[in-house]
Ligand binder design. Sequence first.
Ligand SMILES: [Zn+2]
Length: 109
Amino acid sequence: MSQKAKRVRSIRLCEAPIHVRECSGFGETKDHFTPKCIAKLLRWKQKQIEDPLNIQYLSFACHKEKDSTTPARLQLLKDQLGGKMFTFRQHTNYFNKLCKTKPQKLSFR
Ligand SMILES: [Zn+2]
């Protein structure tokens, strides 16, 4: 394989479904799609947590944005596991409140 081909293969794009404005477009960090703390609460085994299907690559900015929602997602799950019921509307409102940054479409300049 040529040097150029190797370099191209190693470039990853940010895999966030919605990118924040500061996103570089590149998957600079490794992220667990289902965060470890939530996976452990769901009693996932280490092998499931590290499964390639649970791994995504995000830019620093998109990763930071995703991580900022983790404490609230963890609390929601704890409430649900504790038997608290949420309607679809309550669930949607809950997540809308979590998004501090307005998502933007990814654009390359
Ligand atoms: Zn991104």
